[in-house]
Design a protein around this ligand. Sequence first.
Ligand SMILES: *[C@@H]1O[C@H](CO)[C@@H](O)[C@H](O)[C@H]1NC(C)=O
Ligand SMILES: *[C@@H]1O[C@H](CO)[C@@H](O)[C@H](O)[C@H]1NC(C)=O
Length: 546
Amino acid sequence: MKFWRAADISKLIAIAAITFMAISTGVQPVHSANILGVFLSPSPSHLIVHMSIMKTLAERGHNVTVVTGQKSKVNHEKIHNIIIEPSEALQRKFNEELSGLGTKKKSMWKMLTRVITADTVMFTIQLDVLKNERLQEIYETNYDLVIMGYFMNNFQWIVPAKLNCPMILSWTGQPTEMINELVGVPHEVSYVPSYFMTQKNGEVPSFSSRLLNIFANAALRLFITGMDIRLEARYKELAAGDTTLRTYHQMRENVSLIFCNSHFSEGPIRPLVPGIVEIGGIQIKDKPDPLPKTLSDFLNASKPNGAKLFSLGSIMKASNVQPATVQIIYKVLSSLKQNVIWKWEDLSNTPGNASNILYQKWLPQDDILAHPNLKLFITHAGKGGMVESIYNGVPMVAMPVFAEQPANADKIVSSGYGLQVDILNLKEEPFREAITEVLNNPVYRNNVQAFSKLYRDRPLSARENVIYWVEYVLRHRGAAHMQSPLVRMNFLQSSSLDVFLTIIVALYAIWKVLKWAFKGLRKLIRLAIGKFKTVKPRKSKKSKKE
Ligand SMILES: *[C@@H]1O[C@H](CO)[C@@H](O)[C@H](O)[C@H]1NC(C)=O
Ligand SMILES: *[C@@H]1O[C@H](CO)[C@@H](O)[C@H](O)[C@H]1NC(C)=O
């Protein structure tokens, strides 16, 4: 037997070191999985959230492919991007429908119908991508998992149906009616506010708000049921008569889990199932990137009075707002002493050239919000910007327009993170007052900074959560054991109405039987008493005689 050579020993040491590292970090070596992302919603802010998930997975070493309808701002050099842009005509139609929103008075009804009609273009845009022949190359590859952006677009289940692999959904908000039923989150209408309702944390809702909430929840579920019929028809259209594919309803029961861009500390507290994984703030970097020089110079020079950031988001172009409203905004912002960074699309045609305003076409919003000199965020109250602002402890003035924005704005106000103004009916004085109040009254900044601490306090960061749960679903091939039975139950069963009905019928039957038996008993007793009464005098006579 030969003595071990030095090379063998060094190999052994290397193996021991790797084993030790694997054990000490507690991380099992994971083989790289083939993961497909399909994100069809035409909203750039949704894409930022979804792509932050995919970027995390690419950084982890997985082989990530992504199909989108637009170029993404968030990306990674290892991600294979397949971009299928909508036709120009469709894009124009979509922009037209959106631009109508900022100039109409918002009534609940109008808003709803508007959103629904915008959805129809949203449907067409997404369907076109799914029908594109470039998807054929996707169907020829083997994927271990599909991650899809949820936006009332269940017809996209055709992709995991064709690939025959597990699916995860990504939703950019809190758990809500639309996604709850896909993983079996119970509808607790007595204390969990519906999508359109707001509620203060820890508050026990009043009778009237509970009453309203039942109607809101029922209306929304009816709307979802109606929409489901349309979605199923689209799914069938995409399946094109292929009977080997699972049906829409089978796919409806196939969602492994849903990533929600929310965190329980935002409230209200609600019951969740393991199929909901909260990754609130996934799009926020752990550490801000250095700002471009123009922005950092501008912000650093804003030291004495601080700076404000004004942005109406990516989907609501500032140029879609009425010109008179833009003039009011300009008048107020240019007259205040703080510097302003204003997100504005058309740099050759700005609202005015006051020296305290810096117009920018595109902004690294979260890096700006992380700057210590930034004192206020004037926002349309989209979910993404609101979370970034809260994460960085910056108070807000909200100018909501549509969709979930009014609810977000109410939330900002009720939580004491800022104030809101009506952009559709903007007046100079109330706007100026809202800004100066939020800037000068420390209560808003204190509230939002206290919450920021709660929001960041978690056992796993949003990124770690994504990695853990994606690999969990991969390890357990879809993790079907985790699914709540509620997913497979109909309304009668899940609300126990069938049981209650049976109990009521049984009680009624028992009551009937008892009544009948009691009647019989009474007759018997009467008969007995009657006999006794007729017998008694005789008896007494008898006894007297004796
Ligand atoms: C990674 O994904 C691409 C695109 O889907 C695919 O062509 C390639 O074979 C995959 N690589 C590995 C190692 O599986
Ligand atoms: C969905 O279907 C895939 C394969 O077709 C399977 O592996 C997975 O476990 C299913 N997921 C659930 C939650 O049933």
